[in-house]
Design a protein around this ligand. Structure first.
Ligand code: GLA
Length: 392
């Protein structure tokens, strides 16, 4: 059975019990892990995410009174209702900001027009919230597809626009200054593939990532330390990258190479120079990782090199960019000590999840080692999965 089916069945049930009547359709969007390329997206650099087999599904139907109603199986299952004309950034607060923000962004972009007079939405999700696995992007992308679908405007909403408008809603409605990584991964994800994305051009090159065939598995360790990128050091990191680009006279840090790092050290304060070094070296690591994938299956020397790049990425995020935390560091060390080929935090940091590339035969041992180091960790394996789509 498809992983989405049981979630869709639950979303249908929730819709029927809350709103009465049948939904007109069901739409799904996944969470993601980023294999490598962290804090590069808002510097117009490279990322290598994959959508994962954890989904948000929304059951939806049109309304005729100009109102948007939303409910989620998470939390207290309260129905939140707002008039489309009252949608305004920051209102209503809480998780509703994401679907409301997408409705607002789609209206602003002219994808939802006068003829669209409201909707009932019921969400069920298996993407853990606050775990750095992009539960908000899953919420946004499923909402975007559902609203366009209800309005008969699917053809007007390309996959790139779905990602762009979802990011726009998160930046301008929910006031979280994220880059495009999460929404691109959730929108464009493919079964069995990682996505090499140039976040400047939005060019996307999917690469086969058949870990099972190579005897490998990608483990995810949710530290249960929850993060909030509106509040954490995230906006400060973004601001300091933008300041550094301005001082160094480039459009974005993506335009620098290792040869520029000496000049960066001369012209910037010590901390900002380290932020720049992370971004420049991380972009290089993504390109090196992709070269390894292109050369052939991840085994032998290539596997060792790929694992080392992941672990080097973690060290750079911890020491130069300073977005890791003790729990993430502990989990990464424990995974490596138990034989992982490589391990790193994934996502924005300050909590959330770490990932490790592990031989299938070592997975139990790695899980035990991680749990011994951080008993609260929640552990699962992720496979590259299909991006946002209509379910029924
Ligand atoms: C969060 C943001 C993304 C990206 C990552 C770090 O997940 O939402 O845009 O910046 O952090 O790579």
């Amino acid at each position: 059975m498809n992983v989405v089916d049981p979630i869709a069945a639950e979303a249908t049930k929730l819709f029927e019990s809350v709103y009465g009547g049948r939904p007109e359709g069901l739409w799904a969007a996944p969470g993601r892990v980023n294999v490598i390329g962290e804090h590069t997206d808002y510097n117009e650099g490279f990322v290598l995410p994959m959508a994962i087999d954890r989904y948000t599904v929304v059951a939806a139907a049109k309304r005729t009174d100009g109102r948007l109603r939303v409910v989620s199986s998470a939390g207290d299952q309260r129905v939140i209702e707002v008039a489309l004309d009252d949608l305004t950034p920051g209102f209503p607060q809480g998780w509703t900001e994401y679907p409301a923000g997408v409705a607002w962004a789609l209206r602003g972009a002219g994808i939802l027009q006068e003829g669209f007079t409201g909707a009932d939405l019921a969400f069920v999700s298996t993407v853990p919230v606050g775990a750095g696995l992009s539960s908000s992007a899953a919420l946004e992308c499923s909402t975007g597809l559902a609203l366009a679908g209800l309005a008969g405007a699917e053809a007007q909403l390309s996959t790139a626009d779905l990602a762009r408008l979802s990011q726009y809603a998160e930046n301008n409605y929910a006031n979280v200054p994220c880059g495009p990584l999460d929404q691109l991964a959730s929108a464009f994800g493919e079964d069995g593939r990682v996505l090499f994305i140039d976040t400047r051009s939005f060019e996307i090159a999917p690469h086969p990532f058949d870990l099972a065939a190579a005897g490998l598995t990608l483990m995810v360790f949710d530290t249960k330390v929850s993060h909030d990128h509106g509040e954490s050091g995230y906006p400060a990191r973004r601001a300091s990258c933008e300041k550094a680009a301005a001082v160094l006279g480039v459009r974005a840090l993506r335009d620098l190479t290792a040869a520029d790092l000496e000049r960066a050290e001369r012209e910037l304060d010590e901390v900002t120079a380290r932020r720049v070094r992370h971004v420049v070296t991380e972009d290089e690591r993504v390109e090196q990782f992709v070269s390894l994938l292109t050369e052939g299956p991840l085994e032998g020397e290539r596997l060792r090199a790929a694992g080392d790049l992941m672990t080097a990425s973690h060290a750079s995020l911890r020491d130069d960019f300073e977005v890791s935390c003790e729990e993430l560091d502990v989990v990464v060390e424990a995974a490596l000590a138990a034989g992982a080929h490589g391990a790193r935090m994934t996502g924005g940091g300050f909590g959330g999840s770490a990932i490790a590339l592990v031989d299938v035969g070592d997975a139990e041992r790695v899980a035990e080692s991680v749990l011994a180091a951080l008993p609260q960790a929640e552990i699962f394996r992720a496979i590259p999965a299909r991006g946002a789509h209509r379910v029924a």
